[in-house]
Design a protein around this ligand. Structure first.
Ligand code: HEC
Ligand code: HEC
Ligand code: HEC
Length: 202
């Protein structure tokens, strides 16, 4: 039927390229939309609670003199790799929807308990990713901690012996009640900034 079979190949390749490009554009657009502050903070009850928590609103990442507003996805969704970004959106999106429907999080006691586990999960993810989302805004080598403890700690950072959330944690959404699961966090070498030492000796 096709007198010029190569033409068919060219047509098929063309169609494939168009479909592929459309899929990439669609997923990029949906990554943008579902990663927006407005989407995250209104899409469900639990995220709304996170967004409206004064400890978050008053934290240096939301209330600073420079007017820089770090948003949910800035810290929670790595964007260095399109596949990982899309994968994170899809998997954590599905997980969040199921949790929202089945979790019973409108009960404050249930949420308080779940939040402790979630905090551990988030921190474990960030450690595994070497705090890649923090590095979107913070260039490790350019940070100049004002204190000696800070400079010593950051020498460990630059030597690859610790990552941001090993030391900077529990300051983004406020402290949550000291608990056994929080105490299991590996102690960072120097200068934990979460007040955790006090909490665990109580
Ligand atoms: C969207 C950009 C952005 C992202 C993403 C971001 N930061 Fe920041 N961060 C800032 C800005 C801007 C300030 C300065 C705020 C100020 O000084 O008032 C800041 C301040 C800080 C400070 C000093 C204030 C404090 O809390 O003691 C630390 C520490 C910090 N960031 C760590 C982190 C870590 C860890 C992450 C990843 C979980 C992160 N940042 C992600 C923009 C960002
Ligand atoms: C080993 C622990 C450790 C690691 C890892 C670490 N920090 Fe720090 N950081 C500190 C300490 C301690 C200070 C000094 C705090 C002070 O003096 O109040 C500091 C200071 C800072 C400051 C200046 C804050 C201010 O108030 O002036 C910023 C910003 C910051 N760190 C961001 C980061 C980011 C982003 C990463 C990852 C790329 C990171 N840190 C990794 C322990 C650490
Ligand atoms: C500046 C970075 C940053 C921003 C912005 C941010 N988070 Fe977080 N988030 C973290 C870190 C780091 C943790 C781990 C707990 C900690 O250290 O405070 C966390 C923990 C969480 C948790 C686990 C429960 C808890 O309270 O620890 C949830 C859920 C969460 N974030 C959702 C959100 C949502 C929704 C938004 C936007 C409304 C948001 N985050 C904005 C950095 C951020």
């Amino acid at each position: 039927m096709f007198r010029r079979p190569w033409l068919l190949v060219v047509v098929l390749l063309g169609v494939g390229a168009v479909i592929g490009a459309a899929a990439i554009i669609a997923s990029t657009v949906s990554n943008r939309l579902t990663g927006s502050e407005a989407f995250c903070s209104t899409s469900c009850h639990t995220m709304k609670m996170q967004a409206q928590n004064p400890a978050y609103g008053n934290s240096p990442h939301r209330a600073n003199a420079f007017g820089v507003l770090a948003g949910c996805s800035d810290c929670h969704i790595p964007t260095n790799n399109w596949f990982i970004e899309t994968y994170t959106h899809v998997t954590s999106g599905i997980r969040d929807v199921i949790a929202e429907m089945t979790g019973g999080f409108s009960d404050p006691a249930v949420w308080a308990k779940r939040r402790i586990e979630l905090r551990q999960e988030v921190l474990a993810d960030m450690r595994r990713q070497k705090s890649v989302t923090c590095r979107k805004c913070h260039e490790a080598a350019a940070i100049q901690p004002p204190s000696e403890a800070g400079r010593q700690s950051h020498a460990l950072l630059l030597a690859g012996q610790a990552t941001c959330v090993d030391c900077h944690l529990n300051t983004f959404h406020g402290q949550i009640a000291p608990s056994a699961s929080l105490r299991r966090l590996p102690a960072s070498p120097i200068g934990r900034r979460d007040g955790h030492e006090q909490a665990s000796t109580r």
